[in-house]
Design a protein around this ligand. Structure first.
Ligand SMILES: Cc1cc2nc3c(=O)[nH]c(=O)nc-3n(C[C@H](O)[C@H](O)[C@H](O)COP(=O)(O)O)c2cc1C
Length: 252
């Protein structure tokens, strides 16, 4: 019996399908990123603060508890359950970027091996090799991420696509691109890339490199007025307001 929330979500999914588009559900575990003084954590015992190891995400931040071996299996089951619950969507996307739990298992500073998540329907994966935020950013990410991408390619011929986040969103830092994934490793399979796209940069990238571009912050401030149409017709975009990005939600 679906809950009220699930019924509402499926209405949105049905609406997207009615317009001839697709909808993937992102599933992920936040790992060490949320702090225990985050209201979502402190008010609910169902959100233990665990990560791949007991390293804090930044100096002075509370350290997460290193997950125990049996909790890895438990988390794999959580991912499986979440994927099963996504029936009605066109597939699921595993969040493996921005320092969330899967990213922690990939990157070497945790000294842990990556655990494969299996048994889901149409899967896509979101990666961010060059990310420095949230205390991430292993030295020399290329061999690790190359191996990961090649293994996914070998093991899962039906894998829907990879979604990478370009590092230029880190502002002020030298721009690095994840073209090695797009051009060398994953080609000719589909890549979606996100990170700091303007209309001009998006069009240029699509023309020069192919694939799809994703818009994050611009989508938030323009989704009600149809961002794709605005981009297509070159209608000015409504500027986003960072102070509205994150809200406190009471979890009971
Ligand atoms: C408020 C906010 C929430 C976000 N939440 C997620 C998330 O849950 N999962 C994810 O993969 N990326 C998340 N992102 C990252 C965006 O999907 C996107 O990759 C990032 O904002 C860079 O693209 P942009 O420069 O077009 O905004 C979030 C970004 C913002 C601003």
């Amino acid at each position: 019996m679906p809950s009220d929330l699930e019924r509402c979500i499926m209405k949105v999914v049905d609406g997207v399908h009615a317009q001839g588009s697709y909808f993937y559900m992102q599933i992920g575990a936040a790992g060490r990123q949320p702090f225990p003084d985050d209201p979502q954590i402190s008010r609910s015992p169902t959100f233990p603060h665990i990560g791949a190891s007991a390293l804090p995400p930044s100096a002075g931040a509370p350290a997460s508890r290193a997950r125990m071996k049996e909790e890895i299996k438990e988390h794999l089951d959580f991912f499986g359950t979440a994927a099963t619950n996504a029936a009605g969507f066109d597939g699921v996307k595993i969040h493996g970027a921005n320092g969330v739990l899967v990213d922690e298992f990939i990157q070497s500073m945790f000294g842990r091996a990556v655990e494969a998540v299996r048994g889901v329907v149409r899967v896509r994966l979101r990666l961010r090799p060059s990310n420095r935020t949230g205390g991430m950013g292993m030295d020399g990410p290329l061999p690790t991420f190359s191996h990961l991408v090649m293994r996914v390619k070998e093991l899962y011929p039906d894998f829907a696509y990879l979604h990478v986040i370009e590092v230029r969103v880190d502002g002020g830092r030298e721009v690095e691109t994840d073209d090695f994934i797009r051009k060398i490793l994953w080609a000719p399979r589909p890549v979606i890339s996100a990170g700091g796209y303007t209309r001009e940069l998006g069009m240029q990238t699509a023309e020069e490199k192919g694939g799809l571009n994703a818009y994050g912050m611009w989508y938030i401030s323009n989704f009600q007025s149809d961002l794709p149409k605005r981009l297509e017709k070159n209608i000015p975009l409504t500027k986003y307001d960072r102070s509205t990005f994150y809200m406190e939600i009471l979890v009971v």
